[in-house]
Design a protein around this ligand. Sequence first.
Ligand SMILES: NC(=O)C1=CN([C@@H]2O[C@H](COP(=O)(O)OP(=O)(O)OC[C@H]3O[C@@H](n4cnc5c(N)ncnc54)[C@H](OP(=O)(O)O)[C@@H]3O)[C@@H](O)[C@H]2O)C=CC1
Ligand SMILES: O=C(CO)[C@H](O)[C@H](O)COP(=O)(O)O
Length: 469
Amino acid sequence: MADTYDFGLVGLGVMGQNFILNVADNGFTAFGNDLDPEKVKALIKLGGDENKINASVAVTEFIKALKTPRKIMLLVPAGKVVDIVIESLLPHLDEGDIIIDGGNSFFTDTDRREAYLKEKGINFFGAGVSGGAKGARKGPSIMPGGSRDAYQHVKPIFEAVSAKYKGEPCVTYLGPKSAGNYVKMVHNGIEYGLMQLTSEIYDLLRKAGSLTNEELHKTYALWNEGRLQSFLVEITSKIFEQKDEFGNGNLVDQILDKAKQKGTGKWTSQNAMDLGIPVPTIDIAVSMREISALKSERIKADELYDRPTPESFDKKELIVKAENALYFAFIITYAQGMHQLADASKEYGYELKLTEIAKIWRAGCIIRAALLADIADAFKADENLQNLLLSTYFVEKVQETVDSVRELVAYGAKNGIPLPGLSNALTYFDAYTSTRLPLNLIQAQRDYFGSHTYERLDRKGIFHTEWGL
Ligand SMILES: NC(=O)C1=CN([C@@H]2O[C@H](COP(=O)(O)OP(=O)(O)OC[C@H]3O[C@@H](n4cnc5c(N)ncnc54)[C@H](OP(=O)(O)O)[C@@H]3O)[C@@H](O)[C@H]2O)C=CC1
Ligand SMILES: O=C(CO)[C@H](O)[C@H](O)COP(=O)(O)O
């Protein structure tokens, strides 16, 4: 059994178990490891043939079973556990072995781990995986970064197990250092934005148009056949038809309206702030999960204030406008995420190719959408495109949908329906496309109270005024 397996995987939980079975399905032999003997047993049983897929709780047995250079993927919870697992593997590894962190690790942790392991002759790289349990099993989108040479050893396995878009694997080497984890982080930031927008439109449809769950199911299903075709719209349509197993109508109506988060959306926002890149639709999606968590305060506050009863909206007209609005806001969210990737790439030296990123997101991942093929084309047509909103293709798409957004945002404000993602996307658009913003006044105020100086429109140089004299 020594030195026989092609691929090792530590962490046989939701992602790990599915990923390793996918590896075996694609003709590679694989060996798993987990602290939990039940998970080890379960994998061996599911694998069916121990020569093809095997597992052990013992790290020594796990390491011995792998062909060199060993290719070991970690799918364990992000944070300290990754360091603990690395330390447990290290004494048994040989120079040239490869550790791949497939989890949602924070990108600076990946840089630290890569530098630490390089000193010991071990290759380390981060490879974000997206697609949830089903994706891991049937074909995820994989976002590897780190050593290009080390990636070559894993490339055939990753290309075989990844999702395919029209035959093209949804994986490619993205760049050095933590490029893979960074791209996965922004993927999740975009995911937060799209989820927030999808839920706001649901709120609007049920409150303004009185759509039933059955109508919501049909509406999202229909949208999923058009330009909004995407994994999130597809699962949303399915969610509305799920019955509650306790017999209380539809399950969605029984789910507590407090959204949890594991950190990747917040990190996207925090890092965008650090780099000075505006991603307000992602920021507000994170804030909305935080507001949702304040359930008991929300209940108290609701009792203190009157709220308008929503005026009814013609159902057919509302559905058309809501589809326009969701399409518009999806474009804006991707535009913000791609902008963040472009600027981060310069800052961290990742040399990211946005076309390639859009291409590997076209299938397998949570934010897969028909729109991504158009986004890939836009970056292909202009490699230096600073923002999707500057692409001719998207100018037309945004132009034909923005009026619906204006109308719905105004309706929401007047009728007390919170649409923060939608209004934020609109505000971002209006601000980004304004030649003049009122921030000249902010510069004047800063100079007034703090002598912070300002620049002028009509001449070059840095100026200060003794205001009010
Ligand atoms: N779930 C999802 O949809 C997605 C998750 N991810 C990321 O993938 C990673 C894994 O997530 P997920 O599979 O959901 O997590 P799970 O908690 O389901 O699985 C993690 C597994 O790692 C095991 N583990 C913990 N410590 C060790 C150790 N020292 N040695 C060996 N095994 C260990 C756990 O065992 P035990 O339970 O006994 O502690 C568990 O079986 C995370 O970084 C997550 O953010 C990425 C994309 C999608
Ligand atoms: O990476 C993922 C999807 O792409 C994971 O499902 C992640 O847990 C989602 O983030 P959160 O739990 O914060 O909603």
